[in-house]
Design a protein around this ligand. Sequence first.
Ligand SMILES: Cc1cc2nc3c(=O)[nH]c(=O)nc-3n(C[C@H](O)[C@H](O)[C@H](O)COP(=O)(O)OP(=O)(O)OC[C@H]3O[C@@H](n4cnc5c(N)ncnc54)[C@H](O)[C@@H]3O)c2cc1C
Length: 429
Amino acid sequence: MLDIVIIGAGPAGLATALRLHQKGFRPHLYEGVAEIKPLGVGVDIKPYAVKEITELGLFDEFAAISVEARESVFYTGYGQEIFGEKCGRHMGYEFDQRFVHRGRLQMMLYKAVQERLGKDAITLGCRCTGFEQDENGVTLRFDNHLNPSAPTEVRADVVIGVDGIKSVVRGQLLPESERTHFSGLTLYRGVTVMPPFKTGGSILHIGDPIRQGTLIVYPIQDNFDAEGNQLVNWVIEQNEKPQTEEDWNQETGVKEIEHVFDDCKLDFLDVSAMIRDARECYLFPLIDHDPLPQWSFGRITLLGDAAHAMYPRGGNSVCQAFVDARVVAEKLAEIANPVDAFKAYELERREKVNWLVLASRGEGPEVVRRIVEQRSGGKPFDDIENIFPHDEALSIFSEYHAKAGMKIPTESADAKPGKYKSVFVTETK
Ligand SMILES: Cc1cc2nc3c(=O)[nH]c(=O)nc-3n(C[C@H](O)[C@H](O)[C@H](O)COP(=O)(O)OP(=O)(O)OC[C@H]3O[C@@H](n4cnc5c(N)ncnc54)[C@H](O)[C@@H]3O)c2cc1C
């Protein structure tokens, strides 16, 4: 049997191991940290990625740790509603859209790998530092100072580099890819424990990108404290901050941002209090890497953030990694020569994902808030229809969903524009 090594046990590496296992392989994972802990804050799992989780046989476990997305609503910086649409099954997709804590998702996958492949399928505290490849296989080198019982050298038939945004595997294969692309925006990523708001599964997009910056809010865990409160994730994008490190774990306070949304008056949420009451807050520069010209190099390929580090604002990084995981496993199972299998995996995935890397640099549907800001002169309005008609918003959203590979299901030939106008739009007025 093909001896497959996966470098990195993040969500993508673990999902890859599970997909390979479904195809009859027994991959081994090497992970740099000595202990896998539930780090990070929220991730948005789109219907196409919930499909992947379901196919892994993990939907029930996933549903238990996540919150179903019901609606997505856009507001000005004053808290005036611009547009709303439903999410997931409520929109007519076959699968839910769900919000989850990134660390809890990783722990769920970690547990599944241990149960299905065995506890010895993952070596922790074993950081890959480089490799040499020849015709018959790959020799990997490791730094094992966190786990002296781990090996310092391993031989494998093939290697999948799933070692994240700062990938050592990518760095050796494509040294020029280490250059990062900084948007000039800094993300403050926080979580607050608070009572459920609106539908209990609402994602809010607030603020005007010119005057204030952007705030995205969504719940990631129900009944967090056994008193009915949710763990709510929020992300604030701010302009003109110095570039910080490309590191997900830079803790920060909320002093600099606690008053940015004081003008925002919502009758169901005290935005400033939510920010002030944060349990945790992290800085992350809105950075990506240019789309890669190649993923597969003989017996080595890249997957997940190592292959396509993109701005997290589109909510596609982990979702796309789950698709990568399925495709690489399918190709290795179908094509006898692993070098050809890796090429076929890259052919199916790279161009599509590279398009998303570039598309994520744009505003996507968030552009609606900029349009309203410009047309209203940054002032409150009386009637949104006079500034930004609903049909115009619909056409922007339809185009975005279709381009991101999630054509709105109700948008079949006989459906008329406006037919699926959100029932939630006026709910809070
Ligand atoms: C600590 C952390 C917190 C995050 N928080 C968020 C968040 O809040 N929101 C969000 O949208 N995204 C977050 N991300 C990124 C998100 O997990 C990824 O965008 C997505 O899940 C794809 O996962 P990945 O497995 O490709 O990358 P990652 O999740 O980055 O996982 C890569 C794994 O590889 C390991 N690794 C790295 N280098 C080596 C090496 N040389 N040898 C062996 N192992 C190595 C890392 O320790 C990590 O476990 C976070 C990532 C990390 C690492």
